[in-house]
Ligand binder design. Structure first.
Ligand code: COA
Length: 354
């Protein structure tokens, strides 16, 4: 036991050992640009004359479409009023584009997002798609080109764009991407265990007013837990979960989305999230994943700073992408090639700061 640890005998002593967290920049609240989609009873059109009515809380539906010259796996995202194309085959892309347009219109969705490939993303432009971001290394090491089509003026227009652009300039100009500070004394980052599920639910309910996936529902969390998504937590000296994040796995792509990031208000600015994310990165490296990426709320100074500090590359912004904090928000894409520097490499080059 170290002298410092032996000396801890009261809460005041523990607090004294932690570095004082810096003044934190508050997030800008998103302004609603359109009404929230209903989730209770949802009618979805799957194709010509194929309509389903679903009862319960419906976030979305995975769906496969096939036609002359194309096939695709889609997510009909009721919560975020958009279609996400997970995977597709189409050469040329026109029949796929027409099918997506028909589906979006039939369901009243006003955004379509495609992770296009280097050899065809430019074809999408002529159909009104715009290049929003480059998700480097996403397709098993090859870049994905995130092309999106907006189908309403309100979805297309983002009131905070100037502010969001300045925020990235401010973060990347003002600080070096120096790696994380040392994890504050008394905290530990580890993989989440099944017994942590109630604490995770409580944490997410406390932090997120709304959320673009059913994260706050126990049955969903239990389903994806450590299978489709790896969760990691940071616990305090009493063993209580004070921060958490997950890596949503896309095994075919060897890519994972770092998401569901939340730190209790009173524990912010102590390096907890940085260490959870580094922990998840190491786990992904161990599983031979290539691409770690995130979609960070474009008006969250803290979230964008954390990924910058961890050496992620800013690669674009998805406009009015999802409803995450009570309204639609733009999301910044940050990417890391996991074949590059690991935590151990960073630490060797430059010791972690206090
Ligand atoms: C964003 C969030 C997860 C950051 O968690 P955290 O545990 O405070 O992050 P860390 O302490 O690891 O931050 C790493 C660095 O960024 C800095 N930082 C974090 N949040 C900051 C903020 N709001 N303003 C200024 N700097 C901030 C930290 O001070 C630290 O810098 P340092 O190493 O120079 O001291 C947390 O603020 C949060 O839960 N926000 C609400 C939920 C949310 O918006 N999640 C994102 C969804 S995309």
């Amino acid at each position: 036991m170290t002298a410092a640890k032996r000396a801890i005998n009261s809460d005041t002593d523990v607090a004294a050992l932690r570095p004082t967290p810096p003044a934190l920049v508050a997030d800008t609240k998103p302004r609603p640009t359109k009404a929230r989609a209903p989730l209770g009873v949802v009618e979805l059109t799957l194709g010509d004359g194929q309509i389903v009515t679903v009862y319960g809380v419906v976030y979305g539906l995975e769906h496969a479409v096939q036609g002359d010259g194309y096939s695709a796996r889609l997510f009909l995202d009721q919560y975020n009023q958009r279609i996400r194309v997970q995977d597709y085959q189409a050469a040329p892309v026109r029949p796929l584009v027409l099918s997506l347009r028909a589906l979006a219109d039939a369901n009243g969705f006003d955004k379509i997002i495609v992770m296009a490939r280097s050899d065809d993303w430019q074809e999408f432009l002529r159909f009104g798609y715009t290049l929003e971001a480059v998700l480097k290394h996403y397709h098993a090491g090859a870049d994905a080109f995130v092309v999106s089509k907006f189908r309403s003026q309100e979805r297309l227009a983002s009131p905070g764009l100037m502010e969001e652009t300045l925020l990235i300039e401010q973060i990347t100009d003002a600080y070096p991407a120096k790696g994380p500070r040392r994890l504050a004394e008394g905290y530990q980052a580890r993989l989440a265990r099944p017994g942590d599920v109630p604490s995770l639910l409580a944490l997410y309910a406390e932090i997120f007013e709304s959320y673009p996936s059913p994260l706050k529902h126990a049955s969903y969390l239990e389903h994806v837990f450590q299978k489709e998504s790896i969760f990691a937590v940071c616990v305090d000296e009493a063993g209580a979960v004070v921060a958490a994040a997950s890596a949503e796995l896309h095994p075919e792509q060897r890519a994972a989305e770092l998401t569901d990031c939340a730190t209790r208000k009173e524990a912010r600015g102590r390096g907890l999230m940085s260490h959870i994310l580094l922990f998840l990165e190491e786990e992904l490296r161990r599983r031979e994943y290539i691409c770690a990426y995130t979609m960070a709320r474009a008006r969250s100074f803290g979230m964008n700073r954390v990924f910058y500090i961890l050496d992620y590359m800013y690669n674009g912004r998805l406009i009015n992408n999802c409803d995450i904090y009570g309204a639609y928000e733009d999301m910044n894409i940050w990417v890391k090639d996991l074949r590059g520097r690991s935590v151990a490499d960073i630490a060797a080059e430059q010791p972690l700061s206090q």
